[in-house]
Design a protein around this ligand. Structure first.
Ligand SMILES: [Zn+2]
Length: 155
């Protein structure tokens, strides 16, 4: 695993993020962060190797990130967004279903995908929910990145 570095918001009190060392070095390079605590005696190019860094400017990041950064579409992401719950029967889901099926040119997008159990997925087949008589329990939405992407736990 890559070495992780704590990133504090400006002020050095509130943890803002945790990123791999390599990413943090690019932040130092861009002048958006400065070293807060260094690892004694270890240099990293022109910088002391940081144990933690501090953002130069205060960032109100998390909620803004959630609202403005759309998550990248993925199979796992759809399952996470829907809490691994089948959108047709409410049971545990292990597959994803294209609401408008691929054979009817349904796209692989957040709003055309729901988590589904294998039974419902097979029962629905190449039909829309209307055609199959299987109404969705909820409408699929475009989630923000934080809902879907794993984040490193910060103690
Ligand atoms: Zn189901």
């Amino acid at each position: 695993m890559a070495a992780m570095v704590l990133i504090y918001n400006a002020g050095g009190v509130e943890v803002h993020d945790v990123k791999p060392l390599r990413h943090v070095i690019t932040m130092l390079h861009r002048g958006v962060a400065r070293v807060l605590e260094a690892v004694d005696g270890e240099a990293f190019g022109p910088y002391q190797r940081p144990r933690s860094v501090e953002l130069v400017r205060y960032v109100y990041a998390r909620w803004r990130y959630e609202r403005t950064v759309p998550a990248t579409y993925s199979f796992k992401g759809v399952l996470r967004r829907d809490g691994y719950t089948c959108a047709y029967c409410g049971g545990p889901a292990t597959t994803i279903d294209h609401v408008v099926p691929r054979c009817q040119q349904g796209p692989s997008t957040w709003t055309n995908s729901v988590a589904a159990c294998r039974t419902c997925n097979e029962r629905k087949g190449g039909r829309t929910p209307e055609e199959a008589g299987m109404p969705l329990l909820w409408a699929p939405t475009q989630p923000g990145a934080r809902t879907v992407h794993r984040r490193h736990a910060v103690a």
